[in-house]
Design a protein around this ligand. Structure first.
Ligand code: IVH
Length: 690
């Protein structure tokens, strides 16, 4: 293929894939299957690897995100970012309508929009390209979070159609409940406290310093306020319609309402339906549609007179805070808990609510003795939403956060940049040790179901088990000495422990309960690095080279294995006979031509994925390792391989080979590779592009 043909194909594929991204993420109306999308993407990847200089800077093949920001620059808003006045009932809303009609007459059209519970963002576009994204901050100035905002898949950073040369558009960044629950599920599995609600995670995500990490968070955006000089639109609805036509995501629930009666009907409808939306809304924003009427109404010092928020009633109750206690998780994370005077809320009696962390206590300024508002939102755990300050008594002392662990009295620590306090006494703090045992025997880890929560406590308190490796030295005799322990139960426990020795390595790794390491990460690590030895030896660069592994997990692993006691624990688990290596798939054993050879794989390949390359090497008797060392025989080098690996391999004289050379080594001619290369991509279907 000559360069001109390649250019045409790359241009067409880039545009086609961009359109499909837009249909998928913005319109939620995909027109091709994921499989077909991946096929087109692979074709483009292939062409780009052959003609790198023809690659578009914003090619859909580029991974979104990446790059670490040390400080977010504070930026002054070009136009102040105001908040909205609130109304909580029909009377207050009718008052708003009366004020407006008094000022401009009865012929009023309103626009009703759902008030998404996320965080406000202001975006600047110049010549159709996103140039800046700034948080609301104090309304006068906010943080420049452009790199992070760019990772939001439903945000178009390059517009189409007839957009103004310069404009600002504001909207809400939020997270769907499903994504939030998944994230929390992973956090709990990794031994970390659950996030409070989708809003907090969305807002926390935007402040992450590594945009690669932000890209992993399922954030979404809806835009609702267009601003600019000399815009030709007459109504708010037209502005939103125009923004949508440029490829920006706007709400599809918005309605134009003639008069307050239609507004009330909208409120009634969404008060019911909001629970089915999949994301949190806390009300409806009602805006005067005509822009000239908006201008006429103007602003008070704080809020526009032409818009108001109507807040949905939430199920809440008021009760007294009797005490604040602290719970210790298996990783030592401390969670403050509000002990409440029992109160009936939505069918259950609430006695406790999570206060999350010290920041939350400070934010609420909640004190023992206060009357507090308790709510049950979308979350299962009730939350304290505020304090009724009018009922605060004088002898109510400010809350001083715990300084020592409630269980073992060790001084608590708080790592820089983290909200949570931790008890560092991991081996001597009962709930931590018991929690680790419970985690280790859990179904998704070593699956020793004859040991439940109570048994874990007993084993620890009777000093039979002080850490997970001790499980493998308990005897039937010792168990039989325990109260109410029959022979059958004792045998079940011993059998369960015995059987756990067959549990695959990835689950042993998960069971070890290393901070931040959930099931998915454990699986990925086990698959990629193959053995506990390789994981313990892996340096940060190697770890970061693995999908799913970011800075936080890499750091956590390195810190964990730097401790001699953890190395000793691994030794004891190994001696006990646990699986400490990933099982290679025996069915794919295809030859022995690579036996005794160790490979390191780096970069991406045209004819196979990295996982396929690893499988292929192992199927021919070779071994794969994560980092280059004197034991490495070959470095299998692909496109964009890590420079550090290349340098080390060169220094150590490790042979560097291509995928074709590997295929030759195993006796597969390069003309019959493992998976068909995306030869000459067929001409993509003719699609109308924007
Ligand atoms: S309009 C001057 N529209 O609610 C206009 N705000 O309580 C100000 N919000 O800071 C905003 N959905 O974060 C507007 N459809 C919507 C909204 C919305 C959510 C948030 C926004 C704002 C807050 C005001």
């Amino acid at each position: 293929m000559d360069k001109a043909q390649a250019k045409q194909q790359i241009d067409e594929l880039t545009a086609t894939l961009k359109e499909h991204n837009y249909r998928y993420y913005v319109l939620s109306e995909p027109t091709i299957s994921d499989l077909e999308f991946d096929r087109l993407l692979k074709q483009l990847e292939y062409l780009e690897s052959q003609f790198p200089d023809l690659t578009h800077a914003d090619s859909p093949t580029h991974v979104v995100g990446g790059g670490v920001i040390n400080e977010f620059e504070t930026v002054k808003h070009r136009r102040r970012m105001l908040s909205l006045g609130n109304t909580y009932n029909e009377t207050e809303l009718r008052d708003f309508d009366s004020r407006i009609r008094k000022a401009i007459g009865d012929d009023i059209e309103y626009v009703c929009e759902l008030k998404i519970d996320g965080l406000a963002i202001s975006l600047f576009y110049e010549n159709g390209k996103l140039i800046q994204a700034v948080t609301r901050g104090d309304g006068m100035q906010g943080d420049d979070v452009t790199a992070n905002v760019r990772t939001i898949r439903s945000l178009n950073t390059e517009l189409h159609g007839n957009y103004p040369a310069e404009f600002e558009i504001r909207g809400e960044i939020f997270m769907h409940r499903k994504g939030f629950e998944k994230l929390n599920h992973e956090r709990i599995a990794a031994g970390e406290p659950a996030y409070a609600n989708p809003r907090n995670v969305a807002s926390g995500s935007l402040k992450l310093k590594d945009s690669g990490e932000v890209a992993k968070r399922p954030l979404d955006i809806t835009l609702y306020h267009l601003l600019g000089d000399n815009l030709s639109y007459k109504t708010h609805a037209e502005c939103i319609e125009a923004a949508r036509s440029w490829g920006l995501k706007t709400a599809d629930t918005t309605e134009v309402c003639k008069g307050i009666y239609e507004v009330l009907r909208f409120l009634e409808k969404w008060d019911q339906r909001r629970h089915d939306l999949g994301f949190d809304t806390d009300g409806v924003v009602i805006k005067v549609n005509s822009l000239s009427q908006q201008e006429e109404l103007g602003y008070t010092a704080k809020v526009p007179r032409w818009a108001i928020a109507y807040k949905f009633q939430t199920e809440s109750a008021t009760t007294r805070l009797l005490d604040i206690t602290y719970q210790v998780g298996r990783t030592g994370a401390i969670t403050p808990v509000a002990e409440l005077e029992p109160v009936f809320l939505l069918g259950t009696t609430v006695k406790r609510a999570s206060l999350h962390n010290a920041n939350e206590i400070e934010r609420l300024d909640v004190r023992v003795g206060d009357m507090v508002f308790v709510e049950k939102g979308g979350e299962i755990i009730p939350k304290i939403t505020g304090v009724d300050f009018s009922q605060r008594t004088e002898n109510c002392a400010p809350t001083i956060y715990a300084s020592v662990c409630p269980e073992c009295e060790t001084a608590l620590i708080r790592r820089e940049g983290e909200a949570q306090h931790y008890c560092p006494n991991e081996d001597g703090c009962a709930p931590q040790v018991i929690g680790k045992i419970e985690h280790f025997v859990a179904r998704k880890a070593l699956n020793i179901d004859s040991i439940g929560s109570e048994m874990a406590k007993t084993l620890y308190s009777k000093e039979l088990v002080k850490d997970i490796a001790d499980l493998y030295s308990i005897t039937t005799e010792e168990l039989l000495k325990l109260e109410r322990m029959g022979e059958k139960s004792a045998q079940n426990i011993i059998d369960g422990i015995q059987e756990s020795k067959n549990i695959p390595f990835e689950r042993v790794l998960f069971g070890m309960g290393i901070r931040h390491m959930g099931e998915t990460v454990a699986k990925k690590l086990a698959q990629t690095l193959g053995s506990i030895e390789n994981i313990m030896q892996a340096d940060k660069e190697t770890l970061l080279g693995i999908d799913e592994i970011g800075d936080v997990i890499a750091e956590s692993l390195i810190t964990y294995f730097a401790e001699p006691k953890h190395k000793a624990l691994v030794e004891r688990l190994k001696e006990a006979g646990l699986q400490m290596e990933a099982q290679t798939k025996t069915q794919s054993q295809a030859g022995t031509s690579l036996s005794g050879l160790t490979f390191v794989i780096s970069g991406v390949f045209n004819k196979m994925s990295r996982d396929e390359a690893k499988e292929l090497i192992e199927a021919h008797g070779g071994k794969c390792s994560g980092s280059v060392s004197s034991k490495t025989d070959y470095l299998l080098a692909g496109e964009g391989m890590g420079p550090a690996k290349l340098e080390k391999a060169t220094q150590l004289g490790v042979k560097i080979i291509s995928e074709d050379e590997l295929l030759t080594m195993i006796g597969e001619s390069t003309s019959t590779p493992q998976s068909a290369p995306p030869d000459e991509p067929e001409k993509p279907k003719q699609t109308t592009l924007f």
